[in-house]
Design a protein around this ligand. Structure first.
Ligand code: C5P
Length: 229
């Protein structure tokens, strides 16, 4: 297991709030996720600022476009020292992303099927299949395309691990300590359960970012993982 497998989701709407959180967490959190909201507010400039402070950055942009555009956008992100970037798990998008990354030390993560989608949403898109079948197909395609990792629910992690093999990085959001508020998450697992199911990294947002003492909460989560709770 990584020494600290937690990636803190900076789901805030201003660069000031993001900076304040990173400052409060200090050495307790080396890895942050910047999603669409903060990216829209603060852009690549803030991503570069984090990288410049020695933080690892997961840029959660879920790229989806024609191959040439994806390839060129991924090449730009790769130049900024970002550690992980998400793209949608469609074959052409993933192949273009791998091309754009070239030899850069950027981990490309595929989003297979959004966890908010159910069978009806897939039918609406013209895919008459079960969510689990599309997830499995896209995991296989991701491995074939040379993608580095998969974002999945901790409840899917064991089956995705079985399909993707030991070399694929699994990153799981939807993680909560027992007793912590779930917020709008419906299907959650504890940090230790997610690690046991095969996750390499856990995305943790509100449990840490909205805690009275974010660094203390982070330390408690690491202790829980160590204890296998
Ligand atoms: O606050 P919380 O721990 O629920 O935050 C989880 C983070 O992971 C959010 O940034 C959310 O957008 C993201 N995420 C998720 N479920 C997914 C994919 C991403 O919760 N399936």
């Amino acid at each position: 297991m990584n020494q600290n497998p937690c990636i803190i989701a900076l789901d805030v709407d201003s660069v000031e709030q993001a900076r304040a959180l990173v400052r409060r967490l200090g050495g307790a959190a080396p890895f942050y996720k910047v999603g669409m909201e903060l990216y829209a507010a603060a852009g690549m400039e803030f991503v570069r600022e984090l990288v410049g402070q020695g933080k690892q950055v997961f840029l959660d942009m879920k790229f989806y476009d024609i191959g040439e555009t994806v390839k060129r956008a991924v090449a730009q992100v790769a130049r900024c020292g970002v550690r992980f970037l998400t793209v949608h798990g469609s074959g052409a998008v993933m192949r273009a992303a791998v091309e754009g990354k070239g030899g850069a030390p950027l981990g490309l993560l595929a989003v297979t099927v959004l966890t908010s989608f159910d069978r009806n949403d897939l039918a609406d898109l013209g895919y008459p299949c079960a969510v689990s079948d599309l997830v499995a197909l896209r995991v296989r395609k991701a491995v074939e395309a040379g993608i580095d990792g998969i974002v999945c629910s901790p409840l899917e992690a064991a089956s995705v691990r079985a399909l993707a093999g030991p070399g694929t990085i699994l990153v799981t959001p939807g993680v909560r300590s027992a007793g912590a508020g779930k917020g709008d998450q419906k299907r959650v697992a504890t940090p230790a359960e997610a690690i046991r199911a095969g996750a390499n990294y856990l995305v943790i947002g509100r449990q840490v970012t909205r805690a009275e003492d974010p660094a203390g909460e982070m330390a408690r989560i690491l202790e829980e993982i160590r204890a296998g709770a």
